[in-house]
Design a protein around this ligand. Sequence first.
Ligand code: FES
Ligand SMILES: [Fe+2]
Length: 451
Amino acid sequence: MSSRINVRWPMDLDGPRESLEAKQPEIDNGLDVVHPSRYTSREFMEREWQHLWPRAWLLAGVVSDIPEPGDYFTYEHGHESFIVVRQQDMGIKAFYNVCPHRGNRIAHAEFSNAESFTCSFHGWNFATDGELRDITEENTFNPKLIAHRPGLNEVRCDLAAGLIFINMDPKAPELADAIGLPPGYLENYQIEKMHVVHHVRSEWRANWKTGIDAFYETYHLPYVHPQTQTVMEDYSQIDLYPNGAHRMIVPFGTKAHAIADDESVDDGLRGMMIDAGIEPEGFPQRASEVRGVIQAAKRERAERLGLDHYDKFTDGQLIDSWTTGVFPNVQLGMHPEGVFIMRFMPHPTDPERFFYDNMILFRYVDDPDYTVPAWMGLPEGTDVTGTVRPEITHVPVDVRPELGEVLNQDIDLVPVVQKGMRSRGFRGPLWSELEGRLRHYHKELDRYLGE
Ligand code: FES
Ligand SMILES: [Fe+2]
């Protein structure tokens, strides 16, 4: 069995025509060079706060984090904070995390359960559906001032494939129309059956777009992450979708095109086969056969374990990373075993800082053969059963979050790029076609900002 991929540029993995893997038609985003001030200036940050963040669907969290009525989490986005809470009827509602009396924050926990919310300033009480229940010493208010029974201020909330999105704009298009990805693209992974097993939020000295730009391309892999060359290809298949969505398919289980020896099976590829539950006697002789062997093993394992949803995955999808961008600030690393969620969250006041939020979701399967792939980079001893929601580990600026070797390399890189973009000598990024996802989402950003 050989499944050597056909490496050429533009990269096309020849996915089945009618499948979600098929190369998408080109979208011409032109060759404009954006002005570097979008990465540095307060004025541009302010425009994002006027025209982007209050109008776009923002990924707030995942449904498996709030399974029971009254379960809630808070989501901080810049200077805003939201409460997302499971209702008695199992629906989900979201509110600005702010008391209508004097503006105090209502909920302080990142994850908790509440029968109702009581403000810690003067004790007003609100039901989990946001309705005002009780005003402390109500007789001291002029009844006209509170005749509208001020409850929590609701924002729109909708679900896509187990992901919870919020939108501050009552007039924004529906999430299903805005997300840009084709039907089934996210749903096939059954994210609602996955659990967050690791969650780290670190603060970086860079604009949120400097951060996301570094994660939206594989062009830098040979230079910043040379160790990836023995297990993955850095020519990725780039696909652009409507509304600023996009993906790159990063071929795994193969050596990069620059590696002269594409025959010998070394440690990296061996590790991937072990992750797929393959015994050493089943290892092939040639590197070009590794992908096929892993795909077959995963297919067989899924059948044995009754994981029917694997039927919807192409062979390529069983092994490759479908690294997917949802506008404006999300990257989803999609794999059958789990999903990496990265959010690039703006700093409340500083255009040259952002929060890098890294959530690892895993589909737990109670079988000794079904283990967490090593490339997920989970710390030793991580509970992956999904029974306990890990707390968010907050890592302050200038402290390494220790997210594994590859991410540590990005952490060292990004703040330096940010400094460079401030230089008078820098005229704006010259994106290659391998960086086509950057051009695509910046174009969508410009549409929001009315450029
Ligand atoms: S600010 Fe909430 S009760 Fe006064
Ligand atoms: Fe990187």
